[in-house]
Design a protein around this ligand. Structure first.
Ligand code: MN
Length: 288
């Protein structure tokens, strides 16, 4: 087994999106690391760690209606609740430990907003949204939405901690989310000094992202809200240097051209212009 080393440490960028939702943009963010960062993380396009924050009563902090085309979003909620609605008629309540996979495909309009209880009482929110690219052949597929309730992806006990697998297989557990891009994605919690070791398919993009706490990986310290992008090898080994909550991310690169503008990710500039026109002319549907 050959263990991977850290090839780059990418600090997250604190920012806001939607209606004043504070978040840390981890992978990679417009203007933050340039177009090459998309390719470095292929097939992953973006990872936002939103919160942890306490929404005040009466809040409208959330993500009001906006479009997407050409990729998928996998949103995982750690704390709080969100209500999702989209232009295909999809809707769902996202609860702690649950996730939603949205295929933007040929185009969708969706919103993610606080639940009515938050409007009355306020409340804590924390989660992670991952954008996963679609292969060129899948960018025109029908949009859609799938809920994964917490019961369908429970915590599994491992030495020194626990793991919740959202997609692919980690620690012998296979997660429910299935995407055209081959990925393996999990939330891992470890006690201080616990060690986690796991194989990863050779050639897959692999990254470790602590949300809270810190780790050491092959001698490199990785602080919270930082992407540790790993290099060649077929396994990773990390040690928690404090109690840690982290996301494990691995995926087979698509190795296709990427053209990106805001909420659209296509292969060419022409396809981006087409997406803008289709959105402006109402061809991505409507939210009732
Ligand atoms: Mn969105």
């Amino acid at each position: 087994m050959s263990f991977k080393s850290v090839v780059s440490l990418i600090p997250g960028l604190p920012t806001q999106d939607g209606n004043r939702v504070p978040l840390t943009r981890l992978v990679p963010g417009q203007g933050q690391h340039g177009a090459e960062a998309f390719h470095a993380m292929d097939p992953f396009l973006l990872m936002d760690h939103f919160g942890p924050m306490v929404l005040p009563p009466g809040t409208d902090a959330g993500f009001p209606p906006h479009p997407h085309r050409g990729f998928q979003t996998l949103t995982y909620l750690i704390q709080g609740a969100f209500r999702h609605r989209d232009s295909t008629g999809g809707s769902g309540l996202l609860r702690p430990g649950g996730a939603q996979l949205m295929n933007a495909g040929s185009g969708i309009i969706h919103e993610e907003m606080p639940v009515p209880e938050h409007l009355e009482t306020g409340g804590g929110i924390e989660g992670v949204q991952l954008w996963i690219n679609l292969p060129k052949t899948e960018k025109g597929t029908a949009p859609g939405y799938t809920d994964f309730q917490p019961e369908t992806m429970p915590w599994s006990a491992i030495s020194g901690g626990r793991i919740r697998v959202l997609a692919g297989t980690w620690a012998g557990v296979t997660g429910p989310a299935q995407t055209p891009a081959k990925i393996a994605y999990a939330h891992l919690e470890l006690e201080a000094a616990a060690r986690f070791e796991h194989s990863v398919p050779a050639g897959w993009t692999t990254a470790v992202v602590p949300l809270h706490g810190a780790i050491h990986l092959d001698g490199t310290a990785v602080p919270a809200n930082t992407v540790a992008l790993l290099g060649e090898g077929d396994a990773l080994a990390l040690v928690a240097t404090s109690p840690v909550s982290l996301m494990l991310l691995a995926g087979e690169p698509l190795r296709e051209p990427i053209a990106h503008y805001g909420p659209f990710v296509m292969n060419t500039r022409e396809e981006i212009e087409e997406a803008l026109l289709d959105y402006q002319q109402g061809r991505m549907g409507h939210l009732d």
